[in-house]
Design a protein around this ligand. Structure first.
Ligand SMILES: [Zn+2]
Length: 444
């Protein structure tokens, strides 16, 4: 249990949002406080603004950490990632379905052993913090103990995490199968144990339509509607062979998305990973039902799945919530900075609209929080918000320092960070009002 009773403050340049940069020009969306002060107490931000205006509130006993030549942001939010797959990152040579068979299922089988789950959860969450990520929507494995191990470590760190047990009752190796009923029962027990306990949130997690029977999807829908505030996460329209398999397994549905919608798995707090091969009808359905699409550019490039049509998804006539995901182990970096850089490139592959640095940062912070209905708690630097922050170093490498010296605007500085930056550019990460990671300092 973290000690929340210490009042602390950090001083430095910070950036946050006052509006959505997809709706208004960058200068109207971003707030930059060049010499800012953020005061935190009981895990929340109590004050933030110009140091000159606020330093009188500090008193004698508030420790202040001063980050010079840095840029502080709300902690990053990763909307799609698989913690058990961290050991299978960078596996060569396959597209989605054979990649799952050859690399992922054998790796996930190891999580029957609680010690493997605990050790991996610890490494994974430490890696998130090293990358400035303070909230993630995380797939565990089919084993309930993989979820316990993950939430135990997250609760120890005090991080706000979303996670769930993978549901799979067909088309996977027998050693990874549950049944519709056992998956329901195990999920219900985990929801009772973890959902809303301190900062932990549960996501009902059918892997995807191929590995769940219609009965399992129906029961997943029941779980979702039995407990208010639950999340749902699954994969959607990632790969053409996957799309063909779904069509043959569910011949009476109008689309891949329709398979989930008919089971009651759409709606607010439903997070669909990838959504590359979407029809206009699918986008409109997501808009009306309030779903979130998790755009995972490094994964889509690595597996050759295709280019997500970001600006099509965000069409102002029927905008769909979009957040960014790293999708480890198909993704190639846990860094949201690196993922923002790849999202910029993929947006150009998919069309001729350029993603701005402010828009990319929005997708990784405030926009993701809004998509996940957590914007009253995370994603902004503002009084009352939970104090999850990342401190970026625009001069983290000699090359970045060289480039940063020529930057003349905040947008340029942010763009350099997202194109050249990764874990090296994260100087510190604060969670729940306390420093949880500091570069070049061994973890406690
Ligand atoms: Zn995934």
């Amino acid at each position: 249990m973290p000690d929340l009773h210490d009042r602390r403050a950090i001083r430095g340049s910070y950036v946050t949002f006052r509006a959505n940069p997809f709706d208004v020009p960058t200068q109207d969306a971003l707030v930059l406080e060049e010499d800012g002060l953020i005061i935190m107490e009981y895990g929340h931000i109590t004050h933030c603004g110009a140091y000159s205006a606020l330093h009188g509130l500090l008193g004698d006993n508030t420790p202040v950490t001063h980050y010079k030549d840095s840029l502080i942001s709300a902690g990053f939010i990763d909307a799609h990632v698989h913690y058990p797959q961290i050991s299978a990152i960078a596996s060569w040579g396959e597209q989605l379905l054979p990649w799952l068979e050859q690399y992922i299922f054998p790796t996930e089988a190891e999580f029957a052993n609680i010690n493997v789950a605990r050790q991996t959860a610890r490494l994974f969450l430490a890696e998130l913090l090293r990358n400035g990520t303070t909230t993630a929507a995380v797939y565990c494995t089919v084993h309930p103990q993989s979820v316990d191990a993950f939430f135990e470590e997250s609760a120890r760190l005090g991080t706000r995490m979303i996670a769930g047990k993978v549901l799979m009752d067909r088309n996977c190796p027998p050693y990874l199968q549950d049944t519709a009923q056992s998956g329901y029962d195990q999920s219900a027990a985990l929801i009772k144990r973890w959902h809303g306990r301190e900062r932990q949130l549960y996501a009902v997690t059918p892997r995807f339509a191929i590995t769940s029977t219609p009965e399992q999807l129906e029961l997943a829908g029941d779980l979702l509607h039995d407990t208010p505030g639950l999340f749902m996460q699954t994969h959607l329209a990632e790969n053409l062979d996957e799309m063909a398999a779904v069509r043959s397994l569910f011949p009476n549905h109008t689309s891949y998305l329709d398979v989930y919608a008919k089971a009651g798995l759409d709606g607010p707090r439903a997070i669909f990973g990838h959504a590359i091969h979407m029809s206009e009808h699918d986008f409109a359905h997501c808009h009306h039902s309030g779903c979130t699409l998790a755009h995972c550019p490094t994964s889509n490039l690595f597996l050759g799945s295709g280019a997500f049509r970001l600006f099509d998804a965000l069409n102002p006539d029927r905008p769909v919530h979009v957040a960014l995901g790293t999708d480890i182990g198909a993704g190639t970096s846990l860094s949201l900075l690196a993922t923002m850089g790849e999202a910029y490139k993929v947006s150009l592959m998919a069309g001729d609209t350029r993603l701005s640095a402010a828009q990319a940062l929005w997708l990784a912070t405030a926009g993701a929080a809004r998509a996940l209905h957590l914007h009253d708690r995370i994603g902004h630097i503002a009084p009352g918000m939970e104090a999850d922050l990342c401190v970026m170093d625009p001069n983290a490498t000699p090359l970045m320092a060289q480039r940063n010296a020529r930057c003349t605007s905040l947008s340029e500085r942010l763009f350099t960070l997202m194109v050249l930056g990764d874990d090296r550019a994260i100087r510190a990460t604060w969670v729940n009002g306390k420093m949880a990671y500091e570069k070049n300092v061994d973890p406690a």
